[in-house]
Design a protein around this ligand. Structure first.
Ligand code: SIN
Length: 324
């Protein structure tokens, strides 16, 4: 992995001083290659540098860009140390007055977790746009180049703000976005269809609200990665009992997210095990295993709800709360 910077200076489409976009590479399928162009699954992710991805899109030559390789990994292996480096790089570039916005190239698999993490840590007023691909760069139907172009255009749009995801023509907010299909090119959805907008031929059409919120800040995430609180996810299902919860508490877990059925409901045995864990000082957050919709209503079970967050985002939230 190299942390080198490079830049392409061109005539930006905006006349404002803040038209520079910094593209941070982290790997993923967008940077992946396969020996056979017709092979959409047997490829290696994270092979091409971010400079290479930019050079493959001729339309980007007219934009003011700067590139930095922050990591080069398959996002299933994304880790806290890389998140820390990424958040620091994003914050440093956002502080530069000439920067209009940031683009992050990322694998699709954990992109929604990174997006939510960055939104909660930085809550940026400039756009920070994560983008990705479902097909490697060498594929017959590579989707990375269009997504990257759309992401740069979005990062330069003065109407956009917050941490966003640009994929297959849709603009998603960090809190709502989730990977909803394992194979299709159009793989991302926003929970409850709450997308921010669409990108059509380089023109943003706004639909919904941009992400807002209060940043927890970089100081909150400064602790070395191996000292972060352990937070695990458990699931309610037919026959769910308390065995896993008891084992995780025994192993020293500081927090547990439970993905409940429907409106965050849990079997009696799982409820009792989680209440017992809470009584022992373990923090619990309860969400729904459904693909959309909040956990509605009071916390009658005694186990606090994560609102509209999915299980993986509730886990990020709980880690950030435990770091406070
Ligand atoms: C990854 O998440 O890095 C690999 C899968 C993908 O980008 O689609």
């Amino acid at each position: 992995m190299s942390a080198e910077k490079s830049s392409i200076e061109g005539v930006g489409p905006l006349s404002t001083t803040a038209s520079l976009v910094v593209i941070l590479g982290t790997g993923g399928t967008i940077a992946g290659t396969a020996a056979n162009a017709a092979d959409n699954v047997g490829y290696q992710a994270a092979q091409l540098g971010v400079d290479h991805l930019v050079q493959a899109v001729p339309a980007l030559a007219s934009h003011r860009l700067e590139m930095q390789q922050v990591a080069q990994l398959d996002s299933k292996d994304m880790d806290i140390a890389t998140w820390q480096r990424l958040a620091q790089a994003v914050a440093a570039h956002l502080a530069r007055p000439e920067v209009a916005g940031i683009v992050i190239t990322h694998g699709t698999d954990t992109l929604e977790e990174t997006a939510y993490f960055l939104q909660r840590v930085l809550a940026p007023s400039k756009p920070v746009v994560l983008t990705c691909a479902m097909r490697p760069a060498t594929a017959l139907q590579a989707d990375g180049p269009q997504n990257l172009l759309d992401a740069v255009v979005l990062a330069q749009d003065a109407r956009a703000s917050g941490v966003l995801v640009m994929a297959a023509g849709r603009v998603h907010a960090a809190e709502q976005v989730q990977k909803a299909h394992s194979y299709r090119i159009d793989a991302f959805r926003s929970r409850d269809d709450a997308i921010c907008g669409v990108m059509e031929e380089g023109v943003l059409r706004e639909w919904g609200a941009w992400p807002r919120g209060v940043a927890v800040g970089l100081d909150r995430i400064a602790k070395p990665a191996d000292q972060w609180p352990q937070v695990q996810i458990v699931l309610n299902h037919v026959g769910a009992d308390g065995l896993l919860v008891e084992a995780l508490v025994g192993l020293g877990c500081a927090g547990l997210v439970v993905a409940g059925t429907g409106n965050g409901t849990l079997s009696e045995r799982l409820t009792q095990a989680l209440l017992q864990a809470q009584a022992q000082g373990v923090r619990v957050l309860r969400c729904s295993r459904c693909d959309a919709g909040p956990v509605i209503g009071g916390d009658d079970s005694g186990l606090p709800s994560a609102g509209t967050l999915s299980a993986v985002k509730a886990r990020v939230e709980l880690m950030l709360q435990l770091l406070a």
